[in-house]
Design a protein around this ligand. Structure first.
Ligand code: ZN
Length: 408
């Protein structure tokens, strides 16, 4: 890929994704396989005014070795310096950039039970820090094509051509291949805003999903909880774009209010393994029954990670005719696949969607119906015949989606 195009993509990530402000610190988590692009991101963060940029290099193959060789006790333990680093984050509130390039099934074969059990042990240790930081810092997830990932998406191409093809797909869907990326995003954000302003004015209380594949699900919404899309604003007033790309308009449903059954329309990559052809049945807001053709045990484990893991944390609306879906590519990566299709997420909800969230504690947000969990996992439910109907506070019904597309 041409250097000047990559440079603009890095600039987009620093200025529109994170929106780094003069004097801020930045933390970047990235795999070792893309040193050139990460270097460009570091440079662009400094150019945007960053005081200090820290890169946390990771490597999926090393991560796998850790899971295979460390005991559950060692995996569950956090050193004092690790907790101190979390404490530092709550004080400095660095912008956090996550650059994804992982092989979608690069962790296949590891002991999932051990990984999940370890997470259940270390998560409570970091939760107080995480709660303290929530909605106070800007963050962004963007992607670069790792070699194994590119081969998974384009198995018929040589490694080099596959990487180039995935770069093309990433940049095109991220609105960073043509024109001026920063301008493209200004327009895109304005477009999404027009739609969610309309949805927020409806004061919806529930959404009903229906599709010929068997999906028939009603999800309760929270009074005074908004729809949002594209950019978000921290409590300190910093506007940022957490996902590049992003096509969704989403809200957080009321934890404990979901009834019916929903069928996934794309495989789900979870902890480096694919869960395929699955469905989930909800009762009183909880996933009470699941089925999957592949990795059903992993799905079952996922919804039992903690109390909130069986409840919904997100309803996202994306037309079936989205730019990402129109590429015809299955990315095997949530950042892209979630933007190709209407989806739901199990787990943690978005407290910043509550009106007046700036003045609420996390406990108060949870009490209002925001789900609390250590997981937040999106799964795709969009189809070309999906209908979504909203019910307002006065009991009126409003078509939101008809045949997989916006009804307004
Ligand atoms: Zn989403």
């Amino acid at each position: 890929m041409k250097t000047e195009i990559l440079r603009k993509y890095a600039e987009l990530i620093a200025r529109c994704g994170l929106n780094v402000q003069e004097g801020q610190e930045v933390m970047i988590t990235a795999d070792l396989d893309q040193p050139e692009f990460v270097t460009m991101c570091v440079e662009e963060c400094y150019r945007a005014g960053a005081k200090k940029v820290i890169v946390d290099w990771v490597h999926q193959k090393v991560t796998k070795l850790h899971y295979e060789n460390q005991s559950l006790e060692t995996l569950s333990h956090l050193e004092k310096w690790q907790l101190e680093r979390w404490q530092w984050q709550t004080e400095q509130l660095p912008c956090k950039l996550f650059i994804e390039s992982d092989d979608p099934d690069g962790l296949a074969g590891i002991d999932q039970e051990k990984v999940s059990n370890a997470r259940q042990k270390w998560f409570p240790l970091i939760k107080p820090y995480r709660d303290k930081m929530e909605n106070r810092y800007s963050w962004c997830i963007a992607a670069v094509p790792g070699k194994a990932w590119a081969k998974k998406v384009f198995p018929e191409l040589s490694e080099e051509s596959a990487v180039e093809a995935l770069w093309d797909a990433i940049l095109k869907t991220s609105r960073a291949l043509e024109g001026e990326p920063l301008e493209n995003w200004k327009e895109h954000n304005a477009d999404l805003k027009r739609r969610y302003d309309y949805l927020n004015a409806l004061k919806l209380r529930s959404l009903h999903y229906e599709s010929a594949n068997g999906t028939n699900l009603t999800v309760g919404l929270i009074d005074g909880c908004n729809f949002l899309g594209g950019g978000e604003t921290t409590m300190g007033g910093q506007f940022f774009n957490p996902n590049i790309p992003s096509e969704e308009i989403f809200t957080t449903p009321r934890a404990g209010e979901a009834e019916g059954i929903v069928y996934a329309t794309k495989p789900l990559s979870y902890q480096g393994q694919l869960i395929e052809n699955f469905w989930i049945r909800f009762e009183d807001g909880r996933a009470v029954e699941v089925g999957a053709e592949k990795n059903e045990a992993l799905l079952r484990k996922m919804i039992s990670m903690d109390d909130g893991a069986a409840k919904l944390g997100e309803c996202a609306l994306i037309p079936y005719d989205s730019p990402i879906n129109n590429t015809g590519i299955l990315f095997f990566n949530t950042l892209f696949d979630e933007n190709a299709s209407c989806h739901l997420a199990l787990g943690h909800g978005f407290s910043n969607l509550l009106e007046g969230f700036e003045n609420l504690t996390m406990e108060e947000c949870y009490a209002r119906g925001i789900n609390d969990s250590m997981i937040h996992v999106d799964f795709m439910i969009g189809s070309s015949d999906l209908n979504i109907t909203g019910t307002t506070s006065t009991g009126a019904t409003v078509p939101i989606f008809r045949n997989g597309a916006w009804a307004f």
